[in-house]
Design a protein around this ligand. Structure first.
Ligand code: RUQ
Ligand code: CUA
Length: 659
């Protein structure tokens, strides 16, 4: 021990002098046992999976906590050549939309599925802003299983938020717009007359399948974030909204005029009743609904043509506005469901609302008039209290299991811990720098697992080695097991991290799928064994049904393709061992590789551009003889008489044609 200590001191000397050269502010108070707390020994598992939004990368990344080790990037809204997602014939349909194929998305928020308000590890949902979409990722396979587009929406920021039993994933539109079924060709300055907002309730059935149950038509404000109620407030959802000024230009100034904007309270149980009672209007719209069939290893896309819309005019007692100071952003409900925390980006306090008081104010009709026909509850009547002098620019709040809240402050770059019961500030720690979201494992649920809070920062200047004009995005891990929060780790993230949700690893691990069973493979292009491998011509289409197993392709010599043909490589990975993918790439393809999991079939489309011989090979280092895993395809000129042949292991020259 003594020996170890003296060594540690020796090593730390040059480190100290290095730190001193850095600009002020980089020296965060890291306590002595920090390394130990974030350390997960080689060969050991992390305690939590952390699902982190990829922001403008469009993907979801998965880290282990507390180590901060990157475990996986799940392609969701953007093509991913690493996995062939969006490039293979089987996955292209996942990225279909009413605007056609969209290869990129902007992924902000994460919602893990819940049962009784507790994370159950079945699915993770993610939103896309630009083309309003919601995805469901299956946590058996860590693959995107479904993507649904949202009509009457533009800028799907306020999503996805999940109700207590995953009944609904909810989504609110950030940008108000003329509704899809109207002539949208209107002057922009007729915003107040012609632009509307919506919130959508996407039903999730027990298999996970999503469908838009209904939308609620609302005034043209900007919906920002939301949380479903839980426990006593189950049946409600709370959406923050800004731009109650309904400005259509220079929102920076024009949407910051009013002292208070709103939190929208939606009684979705009531909305369900109105839907059943036939109060919704069917509206003609068009939106894509894409589903990945796990047995077929293939996605299909359908354009859905209608949506049910409820108008609060016809549905009294369904929605209310609650005043909330200064451009609210985060809107979070505590584990008991009693408290709703609003975070005004420009506010000097954090207002905390009481669900019990909201119910009473509604019963007493304690209103402050209405906003565009929707009753506005009296601020003082619904307020539990305000957290005084919390910090500057509150954004988001998470909770632990002990009645404490943790709020991120963008402007003052800190996390502030405060108590829900008396709204007292208990602790504050700096973040490096400009924290956006934060997350506590289980923090948005009825059962927070606690232990850590992770800050997802917007700026990292001077935290990592410089990498040109663009720097790594950063997450920071704080230990919250004691009274004081303690910074224990920095780790870079992919894309811009917004929200993240962490869940105990064992909830997911036990259901993890290892392989696809070859006998269950229903891909129409499968070859379930070498004896099914073949090459067929259908007009000018050449279909190569290829199998791969360590360490060869069957067939690996193909001839008789002609210019003008379109070649489909349908590659089935025959392996039935965990983690033995094979890849596939062919020279000259304007496409990505395929990466094919054991028992799976994937298809690469290739249109040769000139005659010649083209090698193809396995892209995944699968065995000692991976470098030998290759083949050739010969392309002849148009009109050539070279017959279509295929073979494996044949070395004799063909009799008819040997040069
Ligand atoms: S919202 S910080 Cu999408 Cu706050 Cu990202
Ligand atoms: Cu198969 Cu390398």
């Amino acid at each position: 021990m003594k020996h170890f200590l003296s060594k540690a001191i020796l090593i730390s000397l040059p480190i100290i002098s290095l730190i001193e050269c850095k600009p002020r502010g980089t020296q965060s108070a890291v306590s002595g046992d920090a390394a130990q707390k974030a350390y997960v020994a080689p060969g050991k598992y992390d305690e939590f999976y952390d699902f982190v939004s990829g922001g403008f990368s469009g993907q979801i990344s998965v880290y282990g906590l507390p180590s901060g080790r990157l475990l996986r990037v799940i392609p969701v809204f953007s093509v991913d050549p690493e996995k062939g997602y969006g490039y293979s014939e089987e996955t292209k349909a996942m990225l279909n939309t009413s605007h056609g194929f969209v290869p990129w998305g902007d992924q902000h928020h994460i919602a893990l599925s819940e049962t009784n308000g507790i994370q159950d590890g079945r699915w993770v949902f993610g939103n896309e802003n630009n083309t309003p979409r919601i995805a469901r990722v299956d946590l058996k396979t860590f693959r995107t299983a479904e993507i649904i587009e949202i009509p009457n929406s533009a800028g799907n920021h306020s999503s996805p938020f999940i109700t207590e039993n995953s009944e609904y994933v909810v989504a609110g539109t950030r940008f108000s717009i003329p509704m899809d079924n109207t002539n949208g060709d209107v002057p922009i300055n007729t915003y107040k007359q012609n632009f509307r907002g919506t919130v959508s309730f996407i039903h999730v059935d027990t298999s996970g399948k999503m469908n838009i149950a209904f939308q609620i038509l609302l005034p043209g404000v900007n919906f920002d974030l939301a949380r479903a109620g839980k426990g006593k407030s189950h049946g409600w959802v709370f959406f923050s909204c800004y731009n109650s000024e309904r400005a259509n230009t220079l929102l920076e100034v024009n949407a910051s005029q009013k002292d208070k904007d709103f939190i929208l309270c939606v009684n979705w149980k009531k909305a369900e009743e109105y839907l059943k009672a036939g109060k919704a209007k069917q509206q003609a719209v068009a939106y894509a609904h894409n589903v990945y069939d796990e047995n077929k290893h293939m996605a299909t896309s359908e354009i859905e043509k209608q949506v049910m819309v409820l108008d609060p005019k016809d549905c009294p007692d369904m929605v209310y506005f609650m005043p909330c100071p200064k451009s609210p952003h985060g809107c979070d409900t505590d584990p008991t469901g009693e408290y709703i925390v609003g975070s005004g980006k420009l506010a000097a306090v954090i207002p905390v609302f009481s669900f019990t008081k909201i119910q009473k104010a509604i019963a007493d009709k304690n209103f402050d008039g209405d906003y565009e026909g929707i009753p506005v509850l009296k601020y003082d009547a619904v307020l539990h209290g305000e957290v005084q002098k919390p910090g500057l620019g509150p954004l988001h709040t998470e909770f632990d299991a002990n009645g404490n809240a943790y709020t991120s402050f963008f402007v003052s770059s800190e996390i502030v811990k405060w108590r829900l019961s008396d709204l007292k500030v208990l602790d504050r720690v700096p973040t490096y720098y400009s924290v956006g979201h934060l997350s506590v494992p289980g923090g948005p649920t009825r059962k927070p697992w606690g232990k850590y809070v992770i800050a997802y920062n917007k700026i990292t200047k001077d935290r990592y080695l410089p990498t040109g004009p663009e720097l790594a995005q950063s997450a920071q891990l704080y230990d919250i097991s004691g009274d004081k929060m303690k910074l224990i780790l920095d780790f870079p993230t992919i894309g811009e991290p917004h929200y993240a949700e962490a869940i105990p690893a064992d909830i997911i691990m036990k259901n993890s799928q290892k392989i696809y069973k070859i006998e269950d493979n229903q891909n129409p292009w499968v070859a379930k064994g070498d004896n099914f491998a073949r090459v067929e011509r259908k007009g000018n289409e050449i279909h190569c049904y290829i199998t791969s197993i360590r360490s060869h392709f069957t067939p690996d010599n193909i001839e008789g393709v002609k210019m003008g043909d379109v070649v489909y490589f349908h590659v089935t990975n025959l392996e039935q061992d965990w983690d033995i993918p094979h890849g596939f790439a062919v020279k000259g393809a304007n496409n990505s590789e395929l990466l094919i999991m054991p028992g799976e079939t994937q298809t690469l489309k290739w249109t040769p551009e000139k005659s010649g011989v083209y090698p193809f090979y396995c892209t995944d280092f699968c065995s000692a003889l991976h470098q030998e895993m290759q083949g050739y395809i010969r392309v002849s000129v148009a009109g050539s008489t070279v017959p279509l042949t295929f073979s494996t292991g044949k070395t004799e020259p063909a009799l008819a044609e040997n040069k």
